[in-house]
Design a protein around this ligand. Structure first.
Ligand SMILES: Cc1ncc(COP(=O)(O)O)c(C=O)c1O
Length: 315
């Protein structure tokens, strides 16, 4: 590879990656082709954002993301050879070195280069953290106008097949299939139903439904990731006075007749959904409840108010 010129645009300007305890040049942050995680998907990762708040750059809900990384690792007996505090400090130092005010953060830990075969216990656990500037995942326009989504013909795997509370690299083939199908058919994103045919989530987002002024979101037993933005949205909505049903079972038909729908996620933030399978949702634009929650969400990220002080880790 011919260095920087062949880099994906999103990684342009990234100088350094943290890998297995060292800060290394971007071009040197590589792994062996016989890496266990590459063959069997035996890795766990996080997606986190650092925001340029009024009090300076701060990682949003960093402790919760780190905890989820170690919890995901536990499911696969991945013993991350660093303390949580070490990964935390490495990340903060990386953001400082890259001189970023806001960015996306991708920590990953995976079974590395060792003997191949299903049992990974003889492979070393390799760990890396990369950061890069990243804007709105589904586009700036999506945050205002909403996105057109389609129900995927792919179902979300059940937690009895692949634990859905763990953020595992291999499991994301399900999300990739759903996203490829939706975007291939001209939609911005998919919604996946679970094995029972109830609404689970987006390929990389949780979903919320508004009906008669109350808010509903599928419960953890519906084969969803326990989204950290989901929990933040629930907290913000309740603090705004809304009733939130956080253990809901939602049918496909209820999506079509919802007053409002929106996605939540680290990447997608709070994104309105304006249509499902070409059925307009509400007025076919961002609804008033979505607007209030999205506005509050971005205000909190801008201002880092004292009320939510424990959501921010300053760089
Ligand atoms: C499948 C899936 N669901 C939901 C989410 C949203 O989770 P979070 O808000 O923690 O980013 C993500 C993103 O990480 C995801 O990949």
């Amino acid at each position: 590879m011919d260095g920087v010129s062949e880099r994906p645009e999103m990684f342009e300007g990234v100088d350094t990656v943290w890998q297995d305890g060292e800060f290394v040049d971007f071009e040197d942050a590589t792994t062996h082709v016989l890496t266990h995680g590459l063959h069997y998907g035996t890795g766990v990762f996080e997606g986190v954002r650092c925001y340029d708040t009024a009090n300076g750059p701060a990682i949003f809900r960093w402790e919760e993301h780190l905890q989820r990384l170690y919890d995901s690792a536990k499911v696969y007996d991945i013993e991350i050879p660093f303390e949580q505090a070490e990964l935390s400090e490495a990340t903060l130092e990386l953001i400082r070195r890259e001189e970023l005010q806001s960015c996306y953060i991708r920590p990953i830990a995976y079974y590395g280069y060792g003997p191949l075969g299903l049992n990974p216990s003889k492979s070393p656990v390799e760990t890396a953290i990369a950061v890069w500037p990243w804007g709105a995942y589904l586009g700036e326009e999506a945050l205002e106008e909403g996105v057109d989504v389609a129900i995927s013909s792919w179902r979300k795997h059940a937690s009895s097949q692949i634990p859905t509370n763990a953020k595992t690299t291999g499991a994301y083939v399900n999300s990739v299939l759903a996203n490829l199908e939706a975007t291939g058919n001209g939609y911005t994103e998919a919604i996946v139903l679970n094995k029972e045919g109830n609404v689970a989530e987006g390929p990389g987002e949780n979903i919320f439904l508004v009906r008669d002024g109350e808010i509903h979101t599928p419960g953890l037993a519906e084969s969803i990731l326990d989204g950290i933005t989901r929990q933040s949205v629930i907290d913000l909505a309740e603090d705004l006075g809304y009733t939130v049903h956080e253990g809901a079972t939602i049918s496909r038909g209820e999506l079509y007749t919802a007053d409002e729908l929106f996605f939540s996620g680290t990447a997608a933030e709070v994104t309105p959904i304006r249509s499902v399978d070409d059925n307009e949702i509400g007025a076919g634009t961002k609804g008033p409840v979505t607007d209030e929650i999205q506005t509050r969400f971005f205000d909190v990220l801008d201002e880092a108010p004292e009320q939510y002080d424990d959501w921010f880790t300053y760089v």
